[in-house]
Write a protein that binds this ligand. Sequence first.
Ligand SMILES: O=c1ccn([C@@H]2O[C@H](COP(=O)(O)OP(=O)(O)O[C@H]3O[C@H](CO)[C@@H](O)[C@H](O)[C@H]3O)[C@@H](O)[C@H]2O)c(=O)[nH]1
Ligand SMILES: [Mn+2]
Length: 565
Amino acid sequence: MGNEGYVPLFETRRAKGTVLYRVFAASIFAGICLIWVYRLSRIPKEGEDGRFAWIGLLGAEIWFGFYWILTQATRWNRVYRHTFKDRLSQRYENELPGVDVFVCTADPTIEPPIMVINTVLSVMAYDYPPEKLSVYLSDDGGSELTYYALLEAAEFAKHWIPYCKRYKVEPRSPAAYFVTVSADAIDHHQAKDFWVIKKLYKEMENQIQNAVKLGRISEEVRSKCKGFSQWDPNSSRRDHDTILRILVRNPNSRDVEGCVLPTLVYLAREKRPKHHHNFKAGAMNALIRVSSNISNGQVILNVDCDMYSNNSMAIRDALCFFMDEEEGQEVAFVQFPQNFENMTKNDLYSNSLRVIYEVEFHGMDGYGGTMYVGTGCFHRRETLCGRKFIKGSKFDMKREISGQREESRIHELEENSRSLASCTFEENTQWGKEMGLKYGCPVEDVITGLSIQCHGWKSVYCNPTRKAFLGVAPTTLTQTLVQHKRWTEGDFQILFTKYSPAWYAHGKISFGLQLGYCCFCFWCSNSLATLFYSIVPSLYLLKGISLFPQVLFLCQNIHIFFCNL
Ligand SMILES: O=c1ccn([C@@H]2O[C@H](COP(=O)(O)OP(=O)(O)O[C@H]3O[C@H](CO)[C@@H](O)[C@H](O)[C@H]3O)[C@@H](O)[C@H]2O)c(=O)[nH]1
Ligand SMILES: [Mn+2]
């Protein structure tokens, strides 16, 4: 398509009120400078009371001022994206790329199988050609219960997907749907189908919950369903062979209306006590390899098992960025915000992460792209595998429907994919270093995204009005502390790695983005200054020493200032 006729698939708008914000920020900066001047010019002499505390406060104020400057990178230049999905359909409906969705789970007790399969069902029901959609469940818990739940979900999907498509249902996680939609609000044409599907769901839920209560799979079920033979009675979750089952393989499997179903795969990668499994990053890398052999979609979406799809159009939103003729070629990943459905009324611990997702990520996007935060993110497969960005090179995403596979090939496919998820596969390879997600960092996602951007790629932040994903956030203080400790520690570590945004990234990503990353990486260092600032002045007050200017002092100065005018 020539440039003259170019009609973009998305538009980028600057945030409203930017000028006003900048004036406001400038006034704050002036205030910060005045504080610094005040503190510096009045340091108590040696031997005077409060000298130590005064210098400490000066340090803390210099830190806060510096950190405030960093945060401006995430506020100064905010942009908002808007997609044109109708244009995408008009131009590319028959040539849409393959999309592989990875759902990660790790523990059937903390992450109940019924929640996991609700997420799986929600992504299977995306508004997308099913022959181009594949869903992979990675089970690091290697649990028969999760596998059983997935088998049940594969059956239920045959009813659920046509129901969603016929009535354009949202959200497409059945559990969330039955909670949010009340039976009275259902149109009478739909009522019969609603009750039928609800009954089917409840039956499935009961079966799964019964198995979970029992803690194992009954002999009756075991003999009926294929696949359980892969669980060796002597194995454990930390010591077992790869378990790989292709449960639904299009175009062989069809729903109750005769339409093709998305491919569905269960994978529990090999685990051995002697081999480090690298947590989620290890699971993702195994998935990248296994999926390349089975469906090889050009786009990969990954979600945590507690984050269901709440917007069936999200794939199309993401593709508007990847397939845009002018700017699409440089986009490596499209990140959606993490939104949560279990927020308490006052959100005491600020777990909704509102400022991050409603303000700061829009700010980073203005400087070349947000971070990758591990869930709700669409990647180009090739970038995730380590390909660098080469200006001017065009990679074609368009793809016709792939050739059909025979039923007999499924078994063969399972067999030759299994070794890709073995413990030894990555030995002496670049996996975990230059390929796939990076190992050795508690926030594998952030460092992976940063390295992709350092290779010349851009990323995009997409935050549509209808939230794309809804998850479960921690609610108690302990859970919150554990999560924040992991995030802040991980982000801090990145500063000292090869990908440090403070120096390595210099010249590779824009300066604004560098500052934006630093803002997150220095997050934990705030604690020291905050602790000092909140504890020491109160202690000194007990001794009768004030470390702050008195109101009288301010009034006098303002008075002198105006008298001298
Ligand atoms: O060995 C493991 C450990 C975890 N997971 C999965 O990884 C996801 C995230 O783990 P979780 O313990 O829930 O961590 P959170 O703190 O909630 O995760 C947030 O922070 C992580 C680190 O930045 C990101 O990877 C996540 O996507 C993001 O949701 C979950 O789906 C787990 O099932 C695995 O697959 N294998
Ligand atoms: Mn989580």
